[in-house]
Design a protein around this ligand. Structure first.
Ligand code: NAD
Length: 416
């Protein structure tokens, strides 16, 4: 698992895959088939801006694997969401949906845009054009998009409407929709809630007293803010959070509910009077019990891995730790629960939303949360048991379980 500087993020994810494939003794043909995306589409997304000028953005949809069910994965609006990043995120979806044992494959979409720089009407037009351009690849039994970084329930409502104009009313085409449009109760909080459930459970296995435990969270968007709020409600101290513009630190613990209200009112966390400023870099290196990266990828690398002081890391973001940093941290005794387990709450409740749409039925929020807890903790216990028995890391155990399930489905379908 040696990282060279030329490795792309997709190559990095495939190092984790190769490591599992070696231990599972997969043959070369199967390995190649599982590694590479099954289908990729690059699209241009021209948008008439409010100024009257046309600006052309680059978009993509990568369908990585559908051996276990329809392709499933979010759509990211971010300047760095190029084809390589989207490939990496699509493959992580394949191993994630298999690990938590829901009947989906893996996919991802992206548009290289900074959504903060566009007005709502520009974002609406961009989303519609992107949807029209990938419309022939997606479908409620083919590929079901969802929100990811830079997109949200409103984006999904626009996607559903654009798809519906061509195909008729199809709520099951996207998940993470507004509840008024057929979204599931509990979907918005699901990823953060999954993180909170896992921390409670892992604390028991790790002998960590969560009462007053010090937690640092990078990112205060959908995932980070819900994780911080629910973990705070469980009695932990959230000593730092951040956004792209910087973070807030308070060793005695931040008032997360008040901070959330402040963010809703002002659009950001900067200027909040309940904590002092801290950079994103320093936040990662804080003295704390648990570190939760919940923003972007590759934030912990070989350059700062030795400076991390947390004993436990929960990867709420996708691929926040490079393979080399993973080796340094794991070698140093840090417990890392990996992204494909930790942030699976989102896709688990997306699955519940999809099934509710297909049945034209709505579950109560308590049922959604209960089923989420059951599903994510089942996967957690499988990971913990395999990791303990085989003396491998939780990431290695998670990839082994995911890869093994997808490999079995490919064999059963008679592909190889
Ligand atoms: P979001 O857009 O709601 O929030 C992202 C947060 O990260 C914001 O606070 C933003 O300011 C911050 N951020 C962006 N760039 C940053 C940078 N360079 N440095 C520091 N902070 C930065 O996104 P989200 O939906 O919360 O997603 C966060 C992560 O969780 C992503 O890795 C995403 O793939 C993953 N994830 C999200 C879901 C979901 O349901 N939304 C599900 C699974 C995984």
């Amino acid at each position: 698992m040696l990282k060279t500087p030329e490795l792309s993020i997709f190559d990095e994810v495939n190092l984790f895959f190769d490591d599992a494939a070696d231990r599972l003794d997969l043959n070369d043909g199967l390995r190649e088939m599982l590694k590479r995306p099954w289908r990729e589409l690059l699209v241009q997304v021209p948008v008439r801006m409010d100024s009257g000028q046309v600006q052309v953005f680059s978009g993509s949809r990568v369908q990585h694997n559908a051996a276990r069910g329809p392709y499933k994965g979010g759509v990211r609006y971010h300047p760095q969401a190029d084809i390589d990043e989207v490939r990496a995120l699509a493959s992580l979806m394949t191993w994630k949906t298999a690990l938590v044992d829901i009947p989906y494959g893996g996919a991802k979409g992206g548009v290289q845009v900074d959504p903060r720089l566009l007005s709502m009407s520009e974002l609406n037009r961009l989303t519609r054009r992107y949807t029209q351009n990938i419309e022939h690849l997606i479908g409620p039994n083919r590929d079901i998009p969802a929100p990811d970084m830079g997109t949200n329930a409103q984006t999904m409502a626009w996607m559903m409407d654009a798809y519906g104009q061509l195909h008729g009313h199809t709520p099951a085409i996207v998940t993470g929709k507004p509840v008024e449009m057929g979204g599931s109760l509990g979907r918005e909080s699901a990823t953060g809630r999954g993180v909170a459930y896992l921390l409670q459970e892992a604390a028991k296995d790790l002998g960590l007293n969560t009462d007053g435990a010090k937690i640092a969270v990078q990112g205060f968007g959908n995932v980070g803010s819900w994780a911080a709020r629910l973990i705070h409600d469980n009695g932990c101290r959230i000593i730092a959070v951040s956004s792209i513009d910087g973070g807030l630190h308070n060793a005695a613990g931040l008032d997360i509910a008040r901070l959330q209200r402040y963010q809703e009112q002002t659009g950001g966390i900067q200027g909040f009077d309940g904590g002092g400023p801290i950079s994103n870099r320093d936040l990662l290196e804080l003295e704390c019990d648990v570190l939760i990266p919940a923003a972007i990828d590759n934030v912990i690398t070989e350059d700062n891995a030795n400076k991390i002081k947390a004993h436990v890391i929960l990867e709420a973001a996708n691929h926040p730790i490079t393979p080399e940093a993973d080796r340094i941290l794991s070698g140093g005794g840090v417990t890392i629960l990996p992204d494909i387990l930790v942030n699976a709450g989102g896709v688990i409740v997306s699955y519940f939303e999809w099934t509710q749409n297909l049945q034209e039925f709505r579950w109560e929020e308590s049922r959604v949360n209960q089923e989420l807890k059951k599903t994510i903790l089942k996967a957690y216990h499988e990971v913990w048991t395999r990791s303990t028995k085989q003396k491998i890391t939780h990431r290695q155990a998670s990839f082994e379980i995911g890869v093994q399930r997808v490999a079995r489905a490919v064999e059963l379908r008679g592909f190889v």
